[in-house]
Structure formats: structure tokens, C-alpha cells
Write a protein that binds this ligand. Structure first.
Ligand code: 2AM
Length: 206
């Protein structure tokens, strides 16, 4: 696990400080895939292109992600254990083709996702969910619908044609804290966990 912040102290100390300053005894957390800059840029460009037809608020480039397991509001005392997932839980690294977009009318989200969910992603979701549940944290039981939120509050479903798949090489997953509402939706990565070696046939030649 690699703590991730410019502030001093470990990720856990920072969470503790935030809790004591903000009087919060819970933190909103989720495990996610966070794209490397080139993939984030491609997803952001896709969001901007879709926004022309759909309207709505484009997700910031540095906030683009795919949630693997949403933990909700977790008591601060439980966070330390979540920073040490068992190593056996990690699936091998994988490449995921983001090749479709959609619009959910009920919540105005325009999303992108893989038409074929990689087995490694399903396995990671299942193992993480089981492990988190074993830590006494109740997870949403709705079916896993892997997606990247491109736009929020999009009033129209006029989606632009998808040009070419975005190949996302997934080599790690992260634990993310959702910042206090007063600061807007700010995400902070508090733990990074590598996946197993990438299958050589999956490697990006560039
Ligand atoms: P969204 O982008 O579709 O809103 C931080 O809020 C992340 O957790 C987002 O990726 C968000 O998905 C996801 N999220 C929020 N509430 C969730 C829930 N009840 N179940 C699954 N994912 C959720």
C-alpha cells in the first residue's frame, strides 16, 4: 500500500486529522480503478464530445474513475484494516476496452463502460466485496454495473457515436476518500494496491 497525499503523515493519520478537525466520525470511501493520465485524457475528451448533445456537467479529468466497490460512510476506526487488503485478493492486471456510452435518465448520468466486462474485473469486485463484508461493512447488493461517469445532470440522451475503444491498462486499484461536501466532490486516494503481472499478450506496445 502506498499512502498518497502531498500533506505530511501517513494516509491514516491524515484521515484521523480530517476526522478530528471536521468532527466526522465516518468517511465516505470506495475502491476504484483510477486511469493513468493518457487514459484519463481520452475519457475526458469523450466526455466533452458527448456533452455537446447531452448537456450536463463534465467530470473533471483528475476525478475520472471506475468504482469497483462502494463502501459508503465507514467508521474511522475501521479504515486502518481497509488499507491492508489480503494480497491474495488481487486479480492479475488486465486491459479493458471502454467501448460504449449510455445515458441513465433516472439520475442524468452519461457514462462510458466496457461492453464485455473483463473476468479479472468481475473477480476483483467479487473478492473485494466479500472481504469488505467480512470486515463488518455492508455493501450495496445491487448488481455490479462497471461504468465511468462522464457527465452529471445531463438532461438529454443525444449520445455521439462511439469512434474507437479506449484501451485502459489496469495495473492497480485504489481506496478513495470522498471529500467533505463543503469542499465540493473532492476525491483523495488513501491507498494504492498493485494487481498481479500483466499478461504479456495484453501489454500496450507503445
Ligand atoms: P456514480 O459516478 O455513478 O455516481 C463516488 O461517489 C463513487 O461511488 C462514484 O463512482 C459513484 O458512482 C459511486 N457510488 C456512489 N453511490 C454508490 C452506490 N450506492 N453504489 C455503488 N456505487 C456508488
Amino acid at each position: 500500500m502506498v499512502p498518497m497525499s502531498a500533506e505530511s503523515g501517513t494516509a491514516l493519520e491524515q484521515v484521523g486529522r480530517a476526522a478530528s478537525h471536521g468532527a466526522a466520525d465516518r468517511e465516505r470511501l470506495f475502491f476504484a480503478l483510477w486511469p493513468a493520465p493518457r487514459t484519463a485524457m481520452a475519457l475526458h475528451a469523450l466526455a466533452c464530445r458527448q456533452a455537446v448533445g447531452t448537456g450536463g456537467r463534465v467530470t473533471r479529468k483528475d476525478s475520472i474513475h471506475l468504482t469497483v466497490a462502494f463502501l459508503g460512510d465507514v467508521p474511522v476506526g475501521r479504515i486502518e484494516a481497509l488499507l491492508s487488503p489480503p494480497p491474495g485478493l488481487a486479480a492479475p492486471a488486465f486491459t479493458m476496452a471502454i467501448d460504449q456510452v449510455g445515458h441513465w435518465v433516472r439520475n442524468g448520468i452519461v457514462w462510458a463502460g466496457p461492453s464485455a466486462v473483463p473476468a479479472a474485473l468481475s473477480a476483483l469486485h467479487a473478492r473485494l466485496s466479500d472481504w469488505v463484508a467480512s470486515q463488518g461493512i455492508a455493501l450495496d447488493t445491487r448488481p455490479f454495473r462497471p461504468h465511468v461517469t462522464l457527465l452529471r445532470k445531463a438532461p438529454r440522451g443525444e449520445l455521439a457515436e462511439f469512434r474507437a475503444p479506449i484501451d485502459w491498462q489496469v495495473t492497480e486499484y485504489v481506496l478513495v476518500r470522498s471529500g467533505p461536501r463543503a469542499e465540493g466532490s473532492r476525491y483523495e486516494t488513501i491507498g494504492r494496491f498493485p494487481l498481479g503481472p500483466l499478461n504479456p499478450t495484453d501489454a500496450d506496445p507503445s
